[in-house]
Design a protein around this ligand. Structure first.
Ligand SMILES: C[S@@+](CC[C@H](N)C(=O)[O-])C[C@H]1O[C@@H](n2cnc3c(N)ncnc32)[C@H](O)[C@@H]1O
Length: 287
């Protein structure tokens, strides 16, 4: 599911950046491509064989994954159905680096983190605001100040707006490093985040006004110098996030429609954005 650039990023972080001052989290391991990239980075530097990578997943297939993210020609994958448990495919795909991986199998929200320091935190599991709360409560407090790298894989995508809102609320604590197309934002933690600041980011403490304010801040940041070099379909996903926020999280249908119409004018020539926009229109019709 991750792009080549993202896998290259994970490989390079494990091979050339990781200093062994904390562990590595692969949050959302699916069939193993992020685990494999991280594990190969360790292996290719001859890192001692220890369980450095903590991989989290429940390994249950759904229809979308089967339709878009499964190699139908693979003998182990071709008969997989929604609801199937696919840990064996993960195990096969990561066998080459299994000495480095501790697997946390099951619902991540039922698996509290033990507080061990984290040096590389790859998050590809923030699929709901509840899981985002888990990450704020369990993993971010353990990220090592100054050296800790956080990769938010779902941040540049119109449906996971809570990630951008959280990261914007924590903007004083994270240095933005880069963005990898489709769709990771990469950060370094500058200093310890006070507990009360993290609590403020939990969904129960974030008002609709906060959501709108912080998402718009993020949008301006993404449009501006630095990230502004990302235009076209990448920017389209972030712009559509505002419509998704109004439509599905704030419940302001008029603002959602106005935003969709504005985006439609600006991105009429970008098929990816127009397809995503049509999907939001469709869902809006059903709300
Ligand atoms: C986008 S995929 C991860 C892709 C993977 N990083 C890769 O490189 O291919 C997201 C994963 O999150 C997992 N996931 C979603 N919600 C979860 C939960 N509550 N507990 C455990 N795993 C979960 C799914 O099973 C899925 O495998």
């Amino acid at each position: 599911m991750t792009s080549v650039d993202e896998r290259r990023l994970l490989y390079t972080l494990a091979k050339d950046y990781f200093s062994d001052s904390g562990c590595i989290i692969d949050g959302g391991a699916y069939l193993g491509s992020s685990s494999l990239a991280l594990g190969l980075g360790l292996k290719h530097r001859n890192f001692p064989k220890r369980k450095i990578i903590h991989a989290f997943d429940q390994f249950i297939m759904n229809q979308v994954y089967i339709q878009h993210y499964l190699d139908q020609s693979d003998p182990l994958s071709k008969s997989v159905k929604p609801g199937d448990y696919v840990r064996s495919i993960y195990d096969r795909n990561t066998a080459e680096v299994s000495e480095y991986i501790m697997i946390h199998d099951g619902d991540v929200q039922a698996t509290p983190w033990n507080g061990q320091p984290i040096e590389i935190l790859f998050i590809d599991i923030s699929k709901t605001p509840d899981i985002n709360d888990y990450i704020i409560t369990n993993w971010i407090p353990a990220l090592l100040p100054e050296v800790g790298v956080l990769i938010q894989q779902d941040q540049i995508e119109e449906n996971h707006v809570w990630i951008a809102i959280t990261m914007e609320m924590l903007v004083d604590y994270f240095e933005f490093i880069d963005y990898t197309a489709y769709s990771s934002m990469v950060y370094r933690l500058k200093r310890t985040i006070p507990t009360r600041t993290l609590e403020r980011c939990l969904q129960k403490n974030v008002t609709h006004q906060d959501r709108e304010f912080y998402y718009k801040n993020f949008l301006n940041r993404f449009r501006s110098i630095g990230m502004g070099r990302f235009t076209g379909w990448r920017l389209g996903m972030v712009e559509l996030g505002l419509a998704s926020l109004y439509a599905f999280h704030i419940g302001d249908v008029e603002k959602a429609k106005y935003t969709l119409m504005t985006v439609a004018k600006q991105f009429a020539h970008v098929p990816d954005t127009m397809n995503r926009l049509a999907e939001i229109w469709r869902r809006l019709g059903n709300t």
